[in-house]
Design a protein around this ligand. Sequence first.
Ligand code: ZN
Length: 186
Amino acid sequence: MAKNDGKAKNAPRRNPAAKLEEVMTGTTVFNVPFPKDLSVLKTMSPIVVKYPYYVEYIHSYGQDSPFFAGLANRKLLGTRCAKCDYTYATPRLHCTHCGGETDWVELPQEGRVHTFTTCYYGSEEFLEETPFHLVLVEFEGVDTLLLARLIGVGGPEDIKIGMKIRAKFRRNSQLRPTDVYFVPAG
Ligand SMILES: [Zn+2]
C-alpha cells in the first residue's frame, strides 16, 4: 500500500493501534495452551463453551383452550361425541370413531388407576422431580384414559391397579396439563 503522506485529501484515516475493547463475558480464557507441532492438534479435546440460550415460544391451545380454562376453575373437562356418545377423557374436537363433532362435558373428579409407571428419568423439565408416578386414569362413563401424575404415595408398591384416586388442582393455574394431578381417594 502507498504511504499516507498526509497530502491526499480523501485518503482513509488509519490507526494501527485501534483495537476492540476487551470483554469479560461469555467464555473468557487466558493463555490457551497451544503446541508448536500442529500435528498434535488432531489429538486435542473438543472445546466446549457455554452460552445462555433463551427462546420465547408463543403457542396457541386453539380448540383445546376450554380444557385449560376448566383446569383453572378446578373442573376436569372431556368431550363427548354428539353422534355416537363416545366420551374422551383427553378432549378431541372430533370423534375418532365416527368423525362426528364432540361437545364439552365435565368429567368425574374421582377415578381409578387403570395402569401406572414410575419414571426414574424424564425430560429436562421434569428431571428434578424424578422419580415420579404417572397413571392412566379411568373414569366411570368415559371411554378413554387420562394421563396424569399421582402423588401422595411412596414407591410403586403403594400403587394398585384399580385403586381409587381423585383429582386435585394447582391453586395457581399455570395453564398447563400438570395443573391437574391425582392423589389416593379416601
Ligand atoms: Zn362418534
